[in-house]
Design a protein around this ligand. Structure first.
Ligand code: SF4
Ligand code: SF4
Length: 335
């Protein structure tokens, strides 16, 4: 059995080993999110990263050492992001090394996909391409006229070469466009994942709130129920509505399921939203199982401050929920 040219047995076998290590309640990271750089060829209003001037990059050899450490610590899924990862010339070598050990994904703004998809497609299990709304809104939020058209051309170039999904950030100025993004995804024959914008201290405020945000979440939940190509689980929309609008109990956030790593290999704790990429210790100088066992994760259980799907969806996952097991393991990871 293979996925994107890669046998899935090694990942399944690592998953079984991990399951045995955490059977007694031991906390270990399952997913790693790694920024490969902060630089970007866009200047998005809601993004703090392209504004930074403290970027330090790891060599390919250092990246490989990092991957060994992550795999030994229970990580199964490795997601690359930035900045714009396709600005790195050594990206194919980094992805190839990662793909030997992990289920790999990459977030790109799509501008360079037409030019570089041949180099990276075979090393990826999933490619997310960011598109925030219709052309006028997307270009305005992303700070580049013509960005929407170039990104769509990138999606068309990548489609069929690698599993691909649009990644749409729900911003306060983009709520009207959200249902239309589902239609765009349909017309491009790819699914779409929704993220809720978070207000970083060094970026333009774009986090949505109020009745229109609530209505948008309800519309997206209904579209999902009707079978629209939306990556998020129904539980994701249910949970945001329940906790943020209906006065329901807070969801239990489990930021320990995800380890975030900055471009220099430093660990970002407890999550990148609260920490804003101010990592201190590198992965290779840290005993990760020890750190994960002693860190005060309980402080963040009821945080509920961000609705980022990369944290909320893993926090919601339950082996006892047939709907979530089917959604993530069968429909998304293996499907
Ligand atoms: S494309 Fe991504 S990394 Fe680049 S500026 Fe926009 S949000 Fe930031
Ligand atoms: S809900 Fe709070 S602890 Fe959890 S990922 Fe978001 S900001 Fe971090």
């Amino acid at each position: 059995m293979a996925r994107n040219g890669k046998p899935i047995w090694p990942v399944l076998s690592s998953g079984i080993k991990r399951r045995l290590r955490v059977a007694d309640g031991t906390k270990l990271p399952l997913i790693a999110g790694h920024k490969l750089l902060y630089r970007c060829n866009l200047a998005c209003n809601m993004c703090p990263f392209w504004r930074r001037d403290d970027e330090e990059l790891l060599s390919v050899e250092a990246e490989k050492r990092l991957f060994v450490k992550l795999a030994d610590s229970g990580v199964l899924f490795l997601g690359f992001e930035g900045g714009e990862p396709l600005l790195r010339k050594d990206l194919p070598a980094i992805l190839a090394a990662a793909h030997e050990r992990f289920h790999t994904s990459l977030v790109s703004n799509g501008l360079l996909l037409e030019r570089r998809i041949d180099e990276i497609a075979r090393h990826l299990d999933l490619l997310f391409v960011s598109l925030d709304g219709e052309p006028a809104l997307h270009d305005r939020l992303r700070g580049l006229p013509g960005a929407f058209d170039r990104t769509v051309r990138g999606v068309e170039a990548a489609r069929g070469r690698v599993p691909i999904a649009l990644n749409t950030t729900l911003t306060r100025s983009g709520l009207d466009d959200a249902p239309r993004m589902v239609e765009l995804a349909r017309s491009l024959h790819v699914p779409v994942n929704f993220q809720v914008a978070y207000d970083y201290s060094h970026a333009g405020p774009q986090s949505p709130a109020g009745p229109q945000f609530r209505a948008t979440l309800e519309i997206l939940r209904e579209l999902k129920r009707q079978g629209a190509p939306i990556v998020n689980s129904r539980a994701y929309f249910d949970t945001l509505l329940h906790s943020w609008f209906d006065g329901g109990t807070r969801w239990e956030c489990k930021p320990w399921l995800t380890i975030n790593i900055d471009p220099a290999g430093r660990i970002v704790l407890p999550c990148y939203t609260l920490n804003e990429y101010g990592g201190e210790r590198t992965v290779w100088e840290t005993d990760l199982p020890e750190l994960w066992a002693t860190y005060d994760w309980d402080r963040y259980r009821a945080c509920n401050r961000c609705g980022l799907s990369c944290y909320l969806e893993p926090s919601l996952f339950r082996w006892t929920s047939p709907e979530l097991v089917k959604h993530w393991l069968l429909d998304n990871t293996l499907g």
